[in-house]
Design a protein around this ligand. Structure first.
Ligand SMILES: Nc1ncnc2c1ncn2[C@@H]1O[C@H](COP(=O)(O)OP(=O)(O)OP(=O)(O)O)[C@@H](O)[C@H]1O
Length: 261
């Protein structure tokens, strides 16, 4: 078995972008299974474009172009989504706060891929929802309208939806943006538990704070992959300065003396 057959995600020479913009250039990376990888990059460094590629959504945006290859557990991204191999927690949920859907119903939508055409929830779907709500500490708020949650609680609800889906690869776009410290700590703990149980987790973030404590591996992205590897190798002041020196003043938080972000 080759090394790539052990990887959860393989991206080879991916070049992608939009009319007049090359968002990703010759990006190659591998995600090791059952680990948390942080995709670190400043605003506009290509994180969302890479997520779109991993979700097989790139071609759906008008004018998007791409070359290269992406495999999720050896499968093309669009197929991987259909097979429930990948779940996604978006940065913005674009919720209509007047829409009358409860927290529980929101989390249950994560089970749709398991229910077939009838979308009739079975006992195992309800059990998965119960477990996921418990994990993110929202059991008590399950009957509340999703629009009546705080930003941090709502993020936890969407993490629960992703957990309930039960995909072996979980992608989270800026999971800590606009989230209070308590929700951030809770989500971090949940992600560590999921990875320990075998889920491969990829989070994008432009905040250095907390990454060292959370991520096993780090990918530094700035249209190209500037560095990738175990967090302790990548998150050094030297590496960050070499890779992002000019970016510290344009979006990154300074890791501080000693480089312990
Ligand atoms: N739909 C689009 N059409 C044209 N250009 C786009 C589109 N989406 C993104 N871009 C451009 O592609 C580049 C990469 O953007 P992308 O959103 O992937 O970066 P990002 O790292 O996710 O940024 P952020 O942290 O601000 O979300 C940027 O220059 C951006 O302006």
């Amino acid at each position: 078995m080759t090394e790539s057959q052990h990887d959860a995600v393989v991206v080879e020479s991916l070049t992608a972008g939009y009319p007049g913009v090359t968002a990703l250039e010759e990006v190659s990376l591998r995600l090791r299974p059952a680990r948390i990888t942080a995709l670190l990059g400043a605003n506009g460094s290509g994180k969302s474009t890479l997520f779109a590629a991993l979700l097989g959504m790139l071609g759906k945006q008008s004018g998007a172009l791409r070359s290269g290859a992406v495999r999720i557990f050896g499968t093309a991204p669009g197929q991987a989504r259909k097979q429930n191999l990948v779940s996604f927690v978006p940065q913005h949920d674009h919720i209509d706060t007047t829409f009358p859907i409860t927290v529980e119903q929101t989390v249950l939508t994560g089970r749709y891929g398991h229910m077939g055409f009838t979308r009739r929830a079975r006992p195992e779907d309800h059990r998965a929802v119960d477990r996921a709500l418990e994990q993110v500490g929202l059991s008590q708020l399950r009957s509340r309208s999703i629009g009546a949650l705080s930003g941090g609680q709502r993020k936890r609800a969407f993490v629960a939806r992703s957990i309930a889906q039960g995909a072996p690869l979980m992608l989270l776009d800026e999971p800590f943006a606009g989230v209070d410290r308590g929700s951030e700590e809770l989500i971090s703990t949940v992600l560590k538990d999921l990875a320990a149980a075998g889920t491969t987790v990829l989070i994008s973030t432009h905040h250095l704070e907390g990454v060292a404590a959370l991520a096993d591996d780090v990918v530094l992205l700035h249209r190209r992959v500037l560095a990738a590897g175990p967090a302790e190798d990548v998150l050094t002041p030297q590496q960050l300065s070499a890779a992002f020196g000019s970016v510290f003043s344009a979006g990154f938080s300074n890791p501080g003396p000693g480089g312990n972000p």
